[in-house]
Design a protein around this ligand. Structure first.
Ligand code: UDP
Length: 380
């Protein structure tokens, strides 16, 4: 059976993304595996996208990421212009069997409004939707438009209208998981790493406080708002404080950063990121939000680094407590768990990632969901 999917990655960044890029990373991980399974992929993205696909459809020549700093109605305007181009394309051709959409809220609304003759659509939810009930309040695409989550916990917290249209969840994957169990383990250092955007939900302030209390070396890796390097943040004036993540970092995290026991290294990428995580003795996630998908969590497992985390959001689905990591409901216990994590076998972490979090596993699951969505649409 040949299947043609229009994969809508949105107008924000090229695919694969040049640096940080959550949705674009998911698409870049998924598409090559879908094509290996024989799916034709028409990618709706920006002109600079370089991911090999069967066809590229774009409205904007390059990524509109900077528009995300503008007021919300202007952000929606950019998304809508992109979606209007996608809708025009869908009306003009009849070879698209299914749309797989990743554009938050606007994408879902546009596809739902396209009418009964449009192809069936699957919209992947990427965020913690309990925070956005108004955006996702209703869905009137009938049985033609379905949604999936990136974890069971994310779906359970989603607005009812979305749950009514859900076809299940698909966990995130990482190319690092491929053959992860066959790679030799690197030498472990003494440090604990927190990998992710610096943000109150990710809890870097808790990690920094615990590092001093329990005397473990801590490396914080990730951007602070738009600042990727410590020197860029240092050079930015007071204006930088307009960004809430910058305020969080300066007020709650920076006072603990002494450049010795606690270091902030900015964004790490490529081999540097992989080496930093693989050589860490623990990947710590002191979460205060309900982590929806946790790419950095599955990456840590794939790199053979045990996870210590608050048991929030998708963490209990991704981590087998006691075998691939240690979870707690009490953030004050995280320090003790970091010290106890030596009993978790890095090999187990890599084996788990190779079995559950590869791009092939994710693509297989999406192909099943595509079938289900098409069946539901044709049974109307
Ligand atoms: N990341 C990175 N370098 C950093 C910090 C984060 O490459 O310094 C990557 C990380 O490896 C992961 C992504 O950014 O692939 C974060 O995705 P996740 O789902 O963990 O969190 P989100 O930021 O999407 O909530």
């Amino acid at each position: 059976m040949s299947l043609t999917v229009l994969m809508n990655a949105g107008p924000w960044l090229s695919v694969p993304p040049p640096g940080y890029g959550g949705i674009e990373n998911v698409v870049a991980t998924l598409v090559p595996e879908l094509r290996r399974l024989g799916v034709r992929v028409v990618l709706a993205s920006v002109g600079t996208s370089a991911l090999p696909v069967d066809e590229l459809v774009s409205v904007y020549p390059d990524g509109q990421f900077s528009a995300l700093q503008r007021p919300y109605n202007q952000v929606c305007g950019v998304a809508q212009a992109h979606l209007a181009g996608v809708a025009r394309e869908l009306r003009a051709r009849d070879d698209i069997d299914l749309v797989h959409d990743h554009v938050e809220a606007v994408g879902l609304a546009t596809l739902a409004a396209m009418g009964p003759d449009a192809p069936p659509a699957l919209h992947t939810l990427h965020w913690d939707l309990a925070k956005h009930p108004a955006l996702y309040g209703h869905l009137d695409g009938g049985d033609r438009v379905r949604v999936n989550g990136v974890s069971a916990s994310q779906l359970a917290r989603a607005p009812q209208a979305l749950r009514d249209h859900s076809v299940g969840h698909v966990h995130l994957a990482t190319p690092l998981a491929v053959d992860a169990h066959r790679r030799p383990g690197p030498l472990k250092g003494d440090h604990v790493v927190v990998l992710g955007r610096i943000n109150p939900g990710k809890g870097q302030d808790v990690a920094a406080r615990l590092a001093h209390r329990y005397a473990f070396p801590l490396v914080l890796a990730g951007p602070v708002g738009p600042y990727h390097r410590p020197e860029d943040l240092a050079a930015a004036g007071d204006e930088a404080r307009q960004n809430p993540d910058v305020r969080f970092f300066l007020d709650e995290v920076a006072p603990h950063v002494d450049g010795d026991r606690v270091r902030w290294v900015g964004t790490v990428a490529g081999r540097d990121r992989d080496d930093l995580v693989a050589s860490a003795r623990v990947a710590l996630f002191p979460l205060r939000w309900e982590e929806p998908g946790g790419t950095a969590v599955v990456e840590s497992l794939a790199l053979g680094t045990p996870v210590v985390a608050t048991a929030r959001g998708c963490l209990p689905e991704l981590i087998d407590d006691g075998r691939t990591g240690l979870l707690t409901d009490d953030e004050e216990r995280l320090g003790e768990l970091v010290l106890a994590a030596g009993r978790i076998d890095p090999e187990e972490c890599r084996r788990e990632a190779a079995a559950r979090f590869t791009p092939a596993v994710m693509a297989q699951r999406y192909v099943e969901l595509y079938d289900r969505v098409r069946q539901l649409a044709s049974a109307r």
